[in-house]
Design a protein around this ligand. Structure first.
Ligand code: DC
Length: 244
């Protein structure tokens, strides 16, 4: 993994903005905008769960084989590389192969959600995730960033949206990437994934007690970003970003 191994999760003085929420709530787009504005690094924690599911399929490991999956998670041979197209998200390589798009299919999301139920897998990926906390700061996108992985995050946002709005957004994203999918099938898949992610015993999807909840059903990405930036400015004015 080429997240540097120097900080061992102890970079507590480095600011973190946690963006949690269900599939299709707009976390990825919002995270990228905020990173562009702040110059902070990005942690796409969902990609790590997707990679474990993907590696499991490659190695014919069952999606409930906790010990083997945790080993896969600990030994993930992954690199996040700058994209050759300017302004595009980082390219993700697993074992030297570019899997940036291969891990974005709906099936890869379902597989990720299945391996994400397992405590040993979460433990292994949790250790990896805290190493992304590096200066000047981190925008961490996921399900348990504010509750479990970065409980000391300086700002915690929980993004939600109706399941129909989320399914439509995901449908458009996948279509734009020429990934074939049907809207009703996607809606059903998202509902199942929501249930699995919110009802699991370990680190379930839920807002942290100190999170700001934003319902983006009828908001554009720009409107959500504006709300978050307004809040961010307030936190900076009150010194939250200097105190940790
Ligand atoms: O954000 P995403 O759709 O790429 O995430 C895929 C799955 O990974 C999601 O359904 C649940 C799991 N996940 C998780 O359990 N915890 C995280 N911090 C991020 C993702």
């Amino acid at each position: 993994m080429n997240a540097e191994k120097t900080d061992s999760g102890n970079n507590h003085d480095v600011p973190v903005i946690a963006i949690d929420g269900p599939s299709g709530s707009g976390k990825g787009a919002i995270t990228e905008r905020l990173a562009g504005m702040t110059g902070f690094h990005i942690l796409d924690s969902g990609a790590l769960y997707r990679l474990v599911g993907y590696a499991a399929r490659l190695d014919s490991v069952a999606l409930d084989a906790e010990t083997s999956l945790a080993r896969l998670a600990r030994d993930l041979d992954v690199a996040f590389l700058p994209n050759s197209e300017a302004g595009q998200p980082l390219s993700i390589c697993l074992r030297g192969e570019d899997v940036t798009w291969a891990i974005r299919t709906d099936q890869a999301g379902v597989d990720a959600s299945k391996v994400a139920r397992l405590e040993a897998v979460r433990q292994a990926l949790g250790e990896l995730q805290v190493r992304f906390r590096k200066p000047p700061g981190l925008i961490a996108d996921g399900r348990d960033m504010g509750t479990v992985v970065f409980p000391s995050a300086n700002l915690k946002i929980f993004l939600t949206a109706s399941v129909e709005a989320r399914a439509e957004r995901r449908y458009k994203q996948l279509k734009d990437k020429d990934i074939d999918v049907s809207l009703p099938a996607l809606l059903e898949s998202i509902q199942e994934r929501d249930a699995r992610d919110t009802e699991r015993a370990v680190a379930p999807l839920k807002p942290a007690a100190d999170a700001i909840v934003i319902d983006s059903t009828s908001l554009s990405i720009e409107e959500v970003v504006t709300q978050i930036v307004t809040r961010l400015k307030k936190e900076i004015d009150t010194g939250v970003f200097q105190q940790n």
